[in-house]
Design a protein around this ligand. Structure first.
Ligand SMILES: Nc1ncnc2c1ncn2[C@@H]1O[C@H](COP(=O)(O)OP(=O)(O)OP(=O)(O)O)[C@@H](O)[C@H]1O
Length: 310
């Protein structure tokens, strides 16, 4: 019967709390990262993101709350060995070569990864030609790339990345995006803390927004961004055409620019039907463009209004 149960979530936490002296850093945080899911952790400076990550990984002891990693307590070495982690502040032994750092971390994880796989891992972060160079001579971005390789080398089932692109150039950021998508394709779960909202929007299935130590909002991108808008530039809109536009959804008008707010999941034919009807009513259609609020706009709105906590 146990074999039929679905695997435990990659990460699960409930009611996490942490205070530093009189300051509350994390105040009742609960969320889940399912298997193969990429979850983004967003929030302003000091919101508690790194503290939550450290509590998940057993690096900071929570004052209250529970954590399960791959179905086991975070303190269980069997679950820790299957979790890859790139800390926000990374430093690797400067006297070791990149290849030696990877070999060391594989040993620490208590697994065996053949040399060719370790080399592939360095190649995935564009460090293949620096494998035998000492880390002490690496640039900051190269050290962060090495940190990513460390997080990925022991075939993790969950990867936790705390600001993985803070030191990377635009090309490096695009590489990380591809890397995250390939992890997702292989069914590896990812928890990603990043201030780069565009990055989160491109790769994450779900987002958890923290503010002042609490979850201000959480959900899939579709749930959080919800509203879709349709912007139409039109001439010759009479009363009947106006009614037809208003029948598609709440309507606003600025000169000849009409904006219709569509339902969260509109009928697939809703836009072509509307355009056909408008043309039939004699309207001249200059432009039709779909629009959606960006995650950045949504995030700012949530942080300004206090999100789900109000
Ligand atoms: N070791 C510590 N000692 C005292 N206070 C701490 C410690 N670690 C974190 N804090 C406090 O906890 C709060 C949350 O910090 P945390 O680093 O988790 O935020 P964050 O969301 O990761 O921020 P950022 O986006 O700036 O990295 C802050 O007020 C911070 O000052």
């Amino acid at each position: 019967m146990l074999a039929e149960l679905p695997p435990a979530p990659a990460a699960w936490c409930s009611g996490l709390r942490k205070r530093y002296r009189r300051r509350s850093a994390v105040d009742g945080v609960s969320f889940t990262v399912d298997r193969g899911e990429v979850v983004g952790l967003l929030g302003p400076n000091g919101a508690g993101k790194t503290t939550v990550i450290k509590m998940l990984l057993g690096l900071v002891r929570p004052d209250a709350g529970e954590v399960l990693l791959l179905g086991r307590p975070a303190s269980d070495p069997r679950s820790r060995a299957r979790v890859g982690y790139l800390p926000e502040l990374f430093r690797y032994q400067p006297w070791l070569t990149a290849a030696e750092v990877l070999a060391l971390h594989v040993r620490l994880a208590g697994t065996a990864v053949p040399a060719h796989e370790r080399r592939e891992c360095l190649a995935a972060v564009s460090l293949a030609d620096r494998a035998d160079d000492r880390v002490g001579g690496f640039s900051k971005g190269m050290q962060q790339r090495l940190g990513l390789a460390v997080a990925l080398v022991a075939r993790p089932e969950l990867v936790v990345l705390d600001e993985p692109t803070s030191a990377l150039d635009p090309l490096g950021r695009a590489d990380v995006r591809d890397l995250l998508l390939s992890l997702k394709a292989r069914g590896v779960a990812v928890l990603l803390n990043s201030h780069l909202i565009g990055e989160v929007e491109r790769v994450c299935d779900r987002v958890v927004i923290l503010d002042k130590g609490q979850v201000a909002a959480a959900g899939t991108l579709a749930e959080l961004l919800g509203r879709r808008e349709l912007r139409l530039r039109l001439d010759g809109v009479d009363e009947r055409a106006h009614d037809r536009l208003a029948a598609a959804g709440p309507l606003t008008q600025e000169g000849n620019l009409f904006t219709v707010t569509l339902p969260t999941e509109p009928e697939p034919t809703c836009v072509p039907d509307l355009v056909t009807d408008l043309v039939g009513l004699g309207v001249r259609v200059h432009a039709v463009e779909p629009a959606r609020v960006s995650l950045e706009e949504r995030l700012l709105a949530i942080l300004r209004t206090g999100g789900d906590r109000r």
